[in-house]
Write a protein that binds this ligand. Structure first.
Ligand SMILES: Nc1nc2c(c(=O)[nH]1)N[C@H]1C(S)=C(S)[C@@H](COP(=O)(O)OP(=O)(O)OC[C@H]3O[C@@H](n4cnc5c(=O)[nH]c(N)nc54)[C@H](O)[C@@H]3O)O[C@H]1N2
Ligand SMILES: Nc1nc2c(c(=O)[nH]1)N[C@H]1C(S)=C(S)[C@@H](COP(=O)(O)OP(=O)(O)OC[C@H]3O[C@@H](n4cnc5c(=O)[nH]c(N)nc54)[C@H](O)[C@@H]3O)O[C@H]1N2
Ligand code: SF4
Ligand SMILES: [Mo]
Length: 768
């Protein structure tokens, strides 16, 4: 029988609330959930295809072990966990004997829709005494976190936008029309377009779908954002556009910043960015006229040249003009539990890179494993991530996975990373367990959405919490059964106190302990949710007023946390967990005042020089390597059949740039970078800037070809990426501005690509 269920979409980190009609294990229809307080019924073009995430024949259904010849054999859960535990214990013992930091490298911990497993994975890394944590965030957002740490005092002082109420939206390096990135993105952008009193500026080299409906589009040369943003800031100050009252009340260091900005040769830098001075002046007019501006940024600057500096300049734009902490402006937001940590300048002994938000750059993972260094990483643990496709330098990453003394992948599908691992452990999908994310980025009210399962776990799979609990038991890390039974009988409010002695001895086991004790008391397989409990206690203690307001409660302390826990468990459309007054935004900030002057970044800005910033003549084109399109979704939807458009994951290229190599639309062409060459189908897109190309994110999987083998599903784009072409502070890659050249494909290359494409097209027609 078909039934409608409430859940959330996991195809991007916005996690819109949805209602789904299921039939067996399939999701056959999807509609927006109007009861979801954040997304209010909104859906984008991708959500209807959600069933392809968990409902396909490349799902894992048994643990796998690698044979000496590199193929995998099925083994039992007991065998897998016993063997993995024995190896982990041996490595831990050696680490302790050698008096070196734990040698586990942990990658992932959650994708766009799932963070429940990460808490348990974190426990294992802690048990292994290893600080090394890598993930998607450390190849996109760590520069932003670093700047937040300097300016606001905490690397978890992450910012939100006030898009629904702004009268000016400044979009820099992102394309919400296709990539969303904030709640109800298309509706919100349309609302601005339809209101003559509200304006939008887009800074993007391509005339994107978003730029097309903006009041001002600044189509800068790729990689020149720091110059353009520097010039805009200089013009704002030249015109006295700073908000003196705001600066006096809430910030320090403005004079230093103004002095540096005052030295910018505005016309030179605007010319270097190759935009019209008039358009820049118009943009500055709009910024100065705005009552409430929100700045929205993403990968175009975070994975662009001068990434960490861009993150600073973008923040200066709204801070200097006082567009912060008011309706319609940027602000800080709360956390149910912070998704990343706070680092204090610790560095990797191998690469020298700084830990930011508790993470090392994903770009350096292969170096951490392959280094000839006594403290190199020996164990590679990957959970809910596919670095063999999504990290820079695919070949280096593949070498590193093979070189690890132990590699384990926990995933729902047989990914390219899994294919190389010593052990592969099959997880229940996000629709087969209680699931949630910590992507809760709203202010003044912030929301959390816990989703009940739609289906039973696929036979052979386990929920991550159970995988880790069995592993910890195998490691001998858990207390006696009698102690656990006793704790399970303790009421929620007293549990952590009662478990105090055990946890003091071995703090790493906390999530597992809660899963096996408090978890037992939760209904309907909700045990994995128990690990939220310490976070809720901490939240209720830290900001009781905001939690009480959100809940309409008069409780305090553990009773307030308990009320929130029950509310979360019983709110299938999600629930508010904090509500603030706007001027309470300052309570969320770690510094007393915003530190506007960040010396490292001011000197970076001062040292920018258009003369040294010239293209490499061997690789004169700029590739957007990983564009978000109508139908891609990271590596989440693997089977080709889900896509309605773009069967080949085509290269987008302008007519003139394609003609320059004598090729035509539909031809196979080669994209060549300093480290790789891939062959792709060419498709005309004249909205690109001259000299700019684009390849899509979300392809390059090896999928079952229907004949017992596997076939490459579109471009494996990170074969082109140089892991060393990275930000000097955050180590993040420059995926949005990769130097490449274009060549006709050879006859053999074109033939091979055509063969693969035909197999993929057949799969699409067969709907698999
Ligand atoms: N459809 C779809 N949506 C997604 C995803 C997906 O896979 N597919 N993934 C999700 C994830 S994980 C993320 S992080 C977000 C990313 O979302 P976005 O950052 O919005 O998407 P991108 O397409 O990666 O790139 C953003 C824009 O940067 C522009 N750009 C390129 N070079 C430059 C430059 O030098 N300067 C400037 N200013 N702009 C430049 C590109 O033209 C592009 O419009 O999308 C999320 N949403
Ligand atoms: N060249 C280039 N590279 C890029 C980018 C780019 O623009 N260009 N974008 C980068 C960005 S912004 C991001 S966010 C990353 C994303 O790249 P990754 O961090 O690799 O994440 P996803 O692609 O989302 O893959 C998530 C994995 O989780 C698995 N999974 C799904 N649900 C579950 C579950 O419930 N449990 C478990 N254990 N596993 C599950 C999926 O099968 C999939 O293998 O890619 C990055 N890489
Ligand atoms: S915006 Fe993201 S979460 Fe919302 S429906 Fe689209 S893909 Fe799903
Ligand atoms: Mo991302």
């Amino acid at each position: 029988m078909s039934t409608w269920h409430k859940t959330a979409c996991s195809l991007c980190y916005v996690n819109c609330g949805i209602e789904v009609l299921t039939d067996g294990r399939a999701i056959i229809r999807v509609r927006g959930d109007r009861d979801n307080p954040r997304s209010q019924g909104y859906l984008c073009q991708k959500a209807q295809r959600l069933t392809w995430y968990g409902d396909h024949d490349d799902r894992l259904t048994t643990p796998l072990r690698r044979r000496p010849d590199g193929t995998h054999e099925a083994i039992s859960w007991d065998t897998a966990l016993t063997e993995i535990a024995a190896k982990l214990k041996a490595v831990k013992r050696e680490d302790e004997r050698a008096n070196r930091p734990g040698s586990m490298a942990y990658v992932g911990g959650g994708g766009q829709g799932n963070h429940s497993g990460g808490g348990y994975g974190f426990a294992l890394r802690r048990w292994m005494n290893s600080p090394r944590f890598f993930g998607a965030l450390s190849q996109e957002k760590t520069g932003d976190f670093w700047v937040n740490g300097k300016m606001f005092g905490g690397q978890t002082n992450h910012t939100a936008e006030g898009i629904d109420e702004c009268d000016l939206l400044l979009v820099i390096g992102c394309n919400p029309w296709l990539a969303n990135g904030f709640t109800r993105a298309r509706s919100a952008v349309n609302d601005i377009r339809n209101d003559p009193d509200r304006k939008m500026i887009v800074i993007d080299p391509r005339r994107t779908e978003t730029a097309d409906i903006a009041d001002v589009h600044l189509p800068l040369r790729p990689g020149t954002d720091a110059y353009l943003l520097g010039a805009i800031l200089a013009l704002i100050i030249e015109r006295g556009g700073q908000d003196a009252d705001f600066l006096d009340a809430h910030t320090e260091g403005f004079a230093e910043v103004a002095a540096t900005l005052g030295k910018i040769p505005v016309d030179d830098w605007i010319a270097h960015a190759e935009v019209d001075r008039e358009d820049v002046d118009h943009a500055v007019d709009l910024i100065l006229a705005a009552n409430a501006m929100s700045v929205r940024v993403e990968l175009g600057i975070q994975q662009g040249r001068n990434s960490t500096l861009n993150s600073y300049l973008e923040k200066l734009l709204y801070l200097i003009t006082g567009n912060f902490g008011r309706p319609g402006t940027n602000a800080l937001h709360t956390w149910l539990m912070p998704l990343w940590g706070e680092s204090r300048g610790e560095r990797s002994e191998i690469t020298g890179f700084e830990y930011i938000g508790g993470m090392l750059p994903l770009n350096t993972l292969a170096e951490e494993i392959l280094a000839d260094h006594p403290n190199r990483a020996r164990v590679l643990w990957v959970e809910s991530s596919n670095p063999a496709n999504t990290a820079a330098d695919t070949l280096g990453m593949e070498r590193a996975i093979r070189a690890a003394e132990l590699s384990v992948v926990i995933d729902i599908a047989y990914t390219e990373t899994a294919a190389l691992a010593d052990y592969v452990l099959p997880a229940a999908s996000q629709h087969e367990k209680w699931e949630f994310t910590f992507f809760d980025f709203d202010f003044p009210t912030n929301y959390f959405h816990l989703r009940p399962p739609l289906f039973e776990p696929l036979p052979g799979t386990l929920v991550e919490a159970e995988i880790y609990a069995r592993l910890f038991e195998e490691l001998g890390a858990m207390p006696e059964q009698s102690t656990m039974d006793q704790l399970a009988g303790t009421n929620r409010e007293d549990l952590l106190k009662a478990a105090g002695p055990v946890l003091r001895e071995n703090p790493a086991i906390a999530p597992i302990l809660l899963y096996r004790t408090l978890g037992r008391t939760l209904p309907d397989r909700a045990a994995p949710v128990a690990m939220l409990w310490p976070g809720l206690l901490a939240l209720a203690k830290r900001m009781p007023v905001a939690v009480r307001r959100a809940l309409g409660s008069s409780q305090e302390g553990p009773a307030l946390a308990g009320e929130l826990f029950d509310r979360i468990l019983n709110s299938p459309s999600g629930t508010a967990f904090t509500t603030h007054e706007y001027d309470e935004v300052w309570q969320l900030m770690r510094h007393d005042r915003v530190h506007l002057a960040v010396p490292e970044l001011l000197s970076w800005l001062e040292n920018l020089d258009p003369a040294t910033d010239r293209p490499d003549l061997d690789y004169p084109l700029s590739l957007i390597n990983g564009q978000r399109r109508r139908h891609n979704a990271n590596q989440i939807l693997r089977p080709p059949g889900w896509r309605r458009t773009d069967p080949d994951g085509a290269l987008h290229v302008r007519t003139d740039d394609l003609k320059a190599i004598g090729a035509n639309e539909g031809d196979w062409v080669a994209v060549v970078s300093r480290v790789g060459r891939i062959v792709v189908r060419a498709e005309i897109d004249d909205s690109l800037r001259k000299g700019q190309l684009a390849l899509p994110h979300g392809f390059g999987m090896a999928v079952p070809d229907g004949r017992g083998g596997r076939v490459l599903n579109g471009p494996r784009i990170n074969l082109l990426t140089d892991a060393h072409d990275r930000d000097p502070i955050a180590g993040t890659p420059h995926h949005k501005d990769m130097p490449v050249r274009l060549e006709p494909a050879t006859a053999e290359e074109a033939e091979a690509a055509q063969r693969d494409a035909e197999l993929v097209h057949a799969l699409i027609s067969a709907g698999s």
